[in-house]
Design a protein. Structure first.
Ligand SMILES: [Ca+2]
Length: 169
């Protein structure tokens, strides 16, 4: 009795595999790293998985180094049909920085958390605490980065249309 059941299960799983393979795009598939721009190389052991754009499909992020200018940054690749890629730093400006070589802590912040940027006194440069008027409840997982010693850093998060940066202390 066991054998026929096993065979049926095998046939069913074969059929479902076939369906997926013929489908236009497999959402369970890993992001295709051939999408990494030629100018960038991935920094080892800095990969992050998370649903950064909030569509319930796990995306890819990593620290990267630009081979042309040696500047570091962040690469995000959406696990979607078009595998959209986004680069911050590595020569591209984000919050007046083009090099994110200072990152030591690099991790995800779960969607649903509320984030706010640090309020900085424009004249004195004093840190005044989180600006709660800009509170944002993350709709996708955020990417948090900072320097270990000073805790200065930021968050990159999807605001529904594009990625946004908040300075965090
Ligand atoms: Ca996603």
């Amino acid at each position: 009795m066991r054998l026929p059941v096993t065979i049926i299960i095998l046939i069913l799983s074969f059929l479902s595999c076939k369906e997926k393979r013929e489908g236009k795009f497999e959402h369970n598939k890993e992001v295709d790293l051939a999408r990494v721009p030629d100018s960038l190389e991935l920094v080892a052991n800095t990969f992050l998985k998370g649903d950064f754009n909030g569509d319930n499909i796990i995306d890819f992020a990593s620290q990267v180094k630009n081979k042309n200018n040696q500047k570091n940054g962040i690469l995000i690749i959406h696990n979607s049909e078009n595998q959209e890629t986004y680069v911050f730093g590595a020569g591209k400006e984000v919050d007046n920085m083009t090099d994110l070589k200072w990152i030591e802590i690099f991790e995800t912040i779960p969607k649903g958390e509320i984030v706010a940027p640090e309020l900085v006194d424009e004249e004195t440069g004093d840190l005044l605490g989180p600006d709660e008027s800009q509170n944002f409840k993350l709709t996708g997982d955020g990417i948090y980065m900072s320097v270990t010693e000073t805790h200065g850093g930021g968050i990159i998060f999807w605001n529904g249309k594009k990625y946004q940066w908040y300075h965090i202390e």
